[in-house]
Design a binder for this molecule. Structure first.
Ligand code: PLP
Length: 425
């Protein structure tokens, strides 16, 4: 077998590999439908007996090329794109859970994911128990039940920036016969490949660093192909028993390591339809071509900004897992030796009252509900995303009232520091 390609090469050339006379650039297959010569040819596609395109709600060549690039970057066996990161996390869970099932998740989550798990999936009969990711294996073990179907966490949590102990989480998941699903949005596969540490399935909000230019909302799911669903046939009947909607086909028998992704495409995408447009997949691909270059600059700039803030007399605290002394620093060094991400949080000595005027004085760094953009941006959750909450509720949700989140972009760091300096003055 040939050596796996390096990440930089995959970013630039992965996914779309044109043959003789084909366009060098990934084409946008802006077509809902695909033509066949005979009814028999089309019928075989509907029975999953042949692979091929017939309707873009299920699969589209532009989308598949980009999914293949992300799958190769993660070192996975199969992958798919979704219309958003929310859709990716929903599909990742719903593909193996139904009413009456249970999932254990780290509590350090993006707020939208927490809502999806704690409120919306609960309405569908799927219950979550949230655990402190820093708890011991024994403590986390206590959250498991006989109907638990997965363990979930974010590699670097948004906005808590807690670094997940991937090996610990993988051990606990596998001891309980369930897959570990990891949202790898913040470090991206450039800085962390969770499959190398035992994770089974990875999800992404590609809206963030992968797109990187705040152009298109999107998501992705990648399966390592390593979890042995057949070892627990009673736990995962959707994958190991016949699917009546495809003439009794059994996914694990028919598709092996691609079983989980094929089921998510053939059932969930078919029925729920959260596909990205081929145009958005094309834009995402342009972002991916420079992901390796941008991640390095995001991290370098974030480290410079974090160190500046740490030494500033008006700043009371800084949270950046790339800073020595940070609670996540040692885990970050282990799992992300080349860097973490460009997002950091901090508080001002004047507290919450100082946060808003500070942000209003920034000129280069814009107030935006977003992270992981080439352009630096800032948000004060207590005034924006979490503004309806009381101080007590904010603390319960893990958001300090004075917390300012900066997503450090790829501009010149001296200009960013100058902007922060004048705003602090
Ligand atoms: N996961 C993480 C870690 C996120 O930060 C976000 C959004 O900020 C999501 C998932 C949801 O992604 P999207 O906004 O693309 O639906």
């Amino acid at each position: 077998m040939s050596e796996p390609r390096k990440r930089e090469t995959i970013c630039v050339q992965g996914g779309w590999e044109p043959k003789k006379g084909e366009p060098r650039v990934l084409p946008i297959y802006q077509s809902t439908t695909f033509k066949y010569d005979t009814s028999e040819q089309m019928a075989r596609l509907f029975d999953l007996e042949d692979s091929g395109y017939f309707y873009s709600r299920l699969q589209n060549p532009t989308n598949d090329a980009v999914a293949a690039k992300i799958t190769e970057l993660e070192g996975g066996a199969a992958g798919m794109l979704t219309s958003s990161g929310q859709a990716a996390n929903f599909y990742a869970i719903f593909n193996i859970c139904s009413a009456g099932d249970h999932v254990v998740s780290s509590v350090a989550l993006y707020g939208g994911t927490y809502n999806l798990f704690a409120v919306t999936l609960k309405k569908l009969g799927i219950e979550f128990t949230f655990v402190d990711p820093q708890a011991t294996e024994d403590e986390i073990q206590q959250a498991f039940r006989s109907n638990t179907k997965a363990l979930f966490g974010e590699t670097i949590a948004n906005p808590a920036l807690t670094v997940l102990d991937l090996q610990k989480f993988a051990n606990i998941a596998h001891k309980n016969g369930v897959p570990l699903i990891v949202d790898n949005t913040f470090p991206t596969p450039i800085h962390c490949r969770p499959f190398e540490w035992g994770a089974d399935i990875v999800t992404h909000s590609t809206t963030k660093y992968m797109d990187g230019h705040a152009m298109s909302v999107g998501g992705a799911i990648v399966d390592s192909g390593n979890f042995d669903w057949n070892r627990y046939p009673d736990k995962f009947p959707g994958l190991t028993t016949p699917d009546a909607s495809y003439h009794g086909l059994i996914y694990t028998e028919a598709f092996g390591k691609a079983a989980y992704i094929t089921k998510a495409t053939a059932q969930l995408m078919r029925d729920l339809g959260s596909i990205p447009s081929p145009m958005n997949a094309f834009l995402l691909n342009i972002g991916l071509e420079t992901l390796h270059l941008r991640m390095a600059r995001h991290c370098e700039n974030a480290r410079v900004v974090a160190e500046y803030l740490q030494n500033h007399p008006k700043v009371s605290w800084v949270n950046y897992p790339g800073l020595p002394g940070n609670p996540g620093y040692e885990l970050a060094r282990k799992y992300m030796p080349d860097g973490t991400c460009g997002v950091l949080t901090f508080g001002l000595k004047g507290g919450r009252e100082e946060s808003v005027p500070f942000m209003d004085r920034l000129r280069l760094i814009a107030i935006v509900t977003h992270v992981a953009d080439a352009r630096s941006c800032v948000l004060h959750p207590a005034s924006h995303t979490h503004r309806q909450m009381s101080e007590k509720e904010l603390l319960e949700a893990g958001v300090q009232p004075d917390l300012i989140r900066i997503s450090v972009g790829i501009e010149n760091s001296e200009d960013l520091i100058a902007d922060i300096r004048q705003a602090l003055q």
